[in-house]
Design a protein around this ligand. Structure first.
Ligand code: XUL
Length: 520
């Protein structure tokens, strides 16, 4: 029976999910899931939460060599999973968005001639023209964004062309910074991959394309035509077009799994499908197929997102529009102070998550007017370039009110900055680590005055990637399966939270006040 493998190369970890899908027998099971946490598995790379923060407080990178080592380690884990890897028909993946990998011309040969008897990292260590990859937490490129915005005619013009105004973490500004700060290394750079297309390249043994889901996170792609935008490329760096992989549909078959993986770990000749970004993959993993649906992912970053009928824009200029892996579009708002902020308040008071939920329950909705703009690290939405949490009428050393302030501040921020995606929602699908905490979910349901359904606490991004592999495999075989049937059975809720009318009324009144307070 065919099985399908999805990866999620996220900020802090690499996850693999294998699905067994037999449409004839209505069988749909997750048969294997495994996560490798970077800090624990690879202490030699000295990352904290998967990244290295620069002393300037704004530069955030990851050594891409660690990702190479992690994929190889995952191959070994899969080989001992008990699943017959020969049954895997197709493989796809999800990558943290925006992060970029810089390779010399040696990479193409290295990918094509991987020797199964030697570790992957020993064969790829020499192919990087830049030893670090800037990742989505980086906000060191303010001047680069200004240069790009100026060249393209202002924020609105950049957003209309690429789906977002110029953002520090987006790849175009990161490439601009690199090309100007390290021109020699840029000159040696033959190919610039996203995290997603870099992992796909290692699997396929050839340079893989970028899909419109992740490509839209670069400020370099013409969102309407899903092609590279020459004006945006020119604004970012000289001679960039030849350094970028081609854009291809999210369901494109990149090639056959490289012999390295087949011989070293016992895979068969599986199809490698284009990888996408973690948010586009989570869209699928949460079963968000129709416009008007809204999803919330409570992870390292918190994101609010949903499919949209056409390429709308956030009138406030804080949100993004990406390609959806279904071929349409998705809209998204990202908050950098997601679990980072929750953990900060939890740790300030020496609590575990149980204690955190208990403190939340000790305080009433609205927190007696106390508020927090939870900017413990520089914030993306709204843009706050330098860290600095802002408290109002809350003593941060008083645990119950501090806990409520962070949860309510985050929920109100999500509501305020997602109106443009779906002005009215009846049901929100929620996932991510913090979704395990029902007390947090209740606050979100009350603030949105909408029912929340939790999609079983599994990795939505790697699940979505595996479902995308299934979809692409059937399409390539000439037997396409409608998206609704692709996601059916894997995205059923395990918890429903209904809003409390009295609490919802409190938040309705509080929202405009919070909006004024939490404007930088
Ligand atoms: C989205 C964003 C993050 C990353 C990491 O724009 O920056 O959600 O994709 O998860």
């Amino acid at each position: 029976m065919p099985t399908y493998l999805g990866f999620d190369a996220s900020t802090q970890s690499l996850t693999a999910t294998i699905l067994d899908i037999d449409l004839d027998r209505a069988r749909r099971d997750i048969v294997f899931e495994h996560t490798i946490t970077f800090d624990e598995a690879f202490p030699g790379y000295r990352t904290a939460n998967g990244v290295i923060r620069g002393e300037d407080g704004v530069t955030v990178t990851t050594p891409p060599a660690m990702w190479v080592a992690a994929l190889d380690r995952m191959g070994a884990e899969l080989a001992k999973s008990g699943v017959d890897l020969g049954t895997i028909a197709a493989i796809s993946g999800s990558g943290q968005q925006h992060g970029s990998v810089y390779l010399t011309a040696a990479a193409a040969d290295a990918f094509a001639s991987l020797d199964p008897s030697r570790p992957l990292i020993d064969q790829l260590r020499h192919v990087f023209s830049r030893p670090v990859s800037p990742v989505w937490l980086d906000c060191s490129t303010g001047a680069d964004c200004a240069a790009i915005t100026g060249a393209l005619g202002g924020d609105a013009a950049v957003a209309a062309l690429t789906g977002s105004r110029a953002y520090e973490r987006f790849t175009g500004a990161q490439i601009h910074k690199f090309a100007h700060a390290e021109p020699d290394a840029y000159a040696r750079t033959d190919r610039i991959h996203l995290v997603s297309s870099f992992f796909a390249s290692m699997l396929a043994g050839t340079h893989a394309p970028i899909d419109p889901g992740d490509g839209a996170g670069m400020n370099l792609m013409d969102l309407a035509s899903r092609t590279w935008a020459p004006a945006a490329l020119n604004a970012a760096a000289p001679d960039l077009a030849r350094r970028l992989p081609p854009l291809a549909d999210s369901w494109a078959v990149v090639g056959e799994l490289a012999p390295y993986w087949q011989r070293r770990y016992g895979f068969g000749p599986a199809k490698v499908i284009a990888w996408s970004g973690d948010n586009p993959c989570s869209l699928i993993g949460l079963g968000l197929i129709d416009a008007g649906q809204l999803g919330i992912s409570l992870g390292t970053s918190d994101t609010v997102f949903g499919p949209v009928a056409r390429a709308v824009h956030d009138p406030r200029g804080a949100g993004h529009v990406f390609g959806s892996p279904t071929g349409g579009y998705m809209a998204l708002t990202c908050f950098a102070n997601g679990s980072l902020a929750r953990e900060r308040v939890r740790d300030m008071h020496g609590l575990d998550w149980h204690g955190f939920a208990a403190r939340l329950a000790q305080t009433p909705p609205g927190n007696g007017g106390g508020m927090l703009a939870p900017w413990f690290v520089p914030e993306i939405t709204p843009p706050v370039p330098h860290a600095g949490a802002r408290w109002k009428d809350v003593d941060p050393s008083e645990a119950p009110r501090a806990v409520r302030a962070v949860v309510e501040g985050q929920a109100m921020g999500m509501r305020i900055h997602s109106r443009w995606i779906a002005p009215r929602v009846s049901t929100i699908r929620v996932t991510g680590g913090a979704a395990a905490n029902a007390a947090i979910l209740q606050v979100i349901a009350d603030v949105f005055d909408a029912e929340l359904v939790r999609i079983a606490p599994r990795n939505a991004a790697s699940l979505g990637a595996a479902l995308r592999a299934f979809h692409a495999d059937r399409l390539a075989a000439g037997a396409p399966v409608p998206w609704r049937d692709v996601v059916a059975g894997f995205t059923d809720p395990d918890l429903r939270v209904t809003p409390d009318p009295a609490a919802a009324a409190v938040y309705r009144e509080l929202l405009p006040k919070y909006e004024t307070f939490a404007t930088p």
